[in-house]
Design a protein around this ligand. Structure first.
Ligand code: IMO
Ligand code: MG
Length: 430
């Protein structure tokens, strides 16, 4: 069975934990978009591991991980992550496969990302500063450098030289920044090439052969649907297709080969970086959610903006990904709140909208129409059985399911691997 797991909000929904849990049942875990802007936190026993680029499934022994063609790879960050895992006794040798057609993040991409954010001032996207946007821009402009290019030193040099002529001019004339040196980058990246070579292969071939052989594949989305460059709150998005559609283009596995899409959704909403957030709570309640939920970015450490669950937003996600089910995370963070609200409409210019407007201006002006639910006093932390949940928690969960039009198959009640209510296991074949 081939399952796609995606984020349904603005990222940080707890995909890492859910993918880690599900990867026990799959043979391969595949990243299909994004880069090391992602931060997937997994708690195993006493250890907390944060992965940025390496597929989460590799934390489970004997599982295979693939970095697909749709991912943008910073080889330095990748090698650092491989080393960190090795120091923790986790070897990815023979288990990690990197697409030869994936595009590379070059040092100038990160520089351009940071400089472009600087000149935007208060209109900045609030990127992770990892060079993601400029790397994807080069891919679309057809000037990107791919993993396979590194294995032909002179061809790589030629491409790099052409790119640097243009980029150094932009850096000097627009950003008044220092130029990059051709020889330095060339040498540095040929060094990385040597080290990543054993992992590089035709991953589309590998994955299609694995499916032919009846193996189970789990496609791990990074970011969330509302950060998707096509379906998100543009331009406050990331530069890739983080929705389920990206799993096909980002791996070379045809759309008809996917069986299910599982959306991971937090029991409330968070966002890092700029952009509209209609159900945002800027006062004490937002602060409490941030504190109880430990809502600080896993990649940049930035405090996350917090707000109530937005049913309009997630219903949109359910629709455009044709999701089969939801995994609801961080329910326990809501323990003890006297009242919990869900955003069920957007008020704009005196009118109530029941769908997300395309216009950024309207979305920025939107104030939430809230539906209130009584909270619960007892702790849900660590519960693994649906029946043992407080009645009000069950009512809240059922309301979410009804409002967004999707079944809720899993409910996570802590960051620990085992502490999850599983009502139906996606790989069970039911
Ligand atoms: P995971 O996989 C949350 C946000 C950034 C910024 C916007 C663009 O952990 O859910 P970028 O550096 O991608 O060009 O920044 O996207 N962003 C994320 N927010 N979780 C993530 O990943 C994110 N990756 C990017 O904060 O607003
Ligand atoms: Mg994250």
């Amino acid at each position: 069975m081939n399952l796609v797991v995606i984020g349904t909000q603005w990222g940080d929904e707890g995909k890492g934990k859910i993918v880690d849990l599900l990867s026990e049942f799959s043979d391969y875990v595949i990243r299909y978009q994004g880069g090391h802007n992602a931060g997937h936190t997994i708690v195993i026993g006493e250890h907390t591991i944060v992965l940025h680029l390496i597929p989460t499934g590799l934390l489970q022994a004997n599982k295979k991980g693939v970095i697909g063609n749709g991912v943008v790879i910073d080889p330095k960050a990748l090698l650092e992550e491989i080393n960190t895992l090795q120091q923790q006794g986790i070897s990815v040798e023979g288990r990690l496969f990197i697409s030869a057609s994936a595009h590379l993040i070059m040092p100038y991409h990160q520089k351009l990302d940071l400089e472009s954010e600087k000149v935007k001032g208060h209109k900045k996207i609030g990127t992770t500063g990892r060079g993601i946007g400029p790397a994807y821009a080069d891919k679309m402009s057809r000037t990107g450098i791919r993993v396979c290019d590194l294995f032909d030193a002179s061809f790589f040099r030629e491409k790099l030289q052409t790119n640097l002529e243009e980029i150094n001019t932009i850096l000097a004339q627009i950003y008044h920044a220092a130029p990059f040196d051709l020889e330095v980058i060339h040498k540095e990246y040929l060094g990385y090439a040597e080290k990543i070579k054993p992992y590089v292969t035709d991953t589309a071939l590998l994955l299609n052969q694995a499916i032919d052989a009846g193996q189970d594949l789990l496609f791990e989305g990074a970011q969330g649907t509302h950060l998707d460059v096509d379906h998100g709150t543009y331009p406050y998005v990331t530069s890739s297709n983080s929705g389920a559609g990206g799993a096909s283009t980002g791996t070379g596995v045809g759309p008809t080969r996917f069986d299910e899409v599982l959306g991971v959704t937090k029991a409330y909403t968070t966002r890092v970086g700029s952009g509209p957030f209609p159900s945002e709570l800027t006062g004490d309640t937002g602060d409490l959610l941030r504190k109880k939920g430990n809502e600080f970015g896993a990649t940049t450490g930035r405090p996350r903006r917090c707000g109530w669950f937005d049913a309009i937003q997630v219903r949109h996600t359910v629709r455009i990904n044709h999701m089969n089910a939801l995994a609801l995370t961080k329910l326990d963070v809501l323990d003890g709140f006297p009242e919990i609200s869900i955003c069920v409409g957007y008020k704009v210019d005196g009118k109530v909208l029941s769908e997300m407007p395309c216009s950024l201006k309207k979305l920025e002006q939107a104030t939430p129409v809230l539906k209130h639910f009584p909270g619960w006093d007892t702790s849900t932390n660590g519960l693994t059985d649906y029946e043992s949940l407080p009645e009000n928690a069950k009512k809240y969960i059922e309301a979410i399911s009804e409002l967004v039009g999707c079944r809720i198959d899993m409910i996570s009640t802590s960051s620990k691997r085992g502490e999850t209510i599983v009502r139906r296991m996606p790989f069970s074949g039911e």
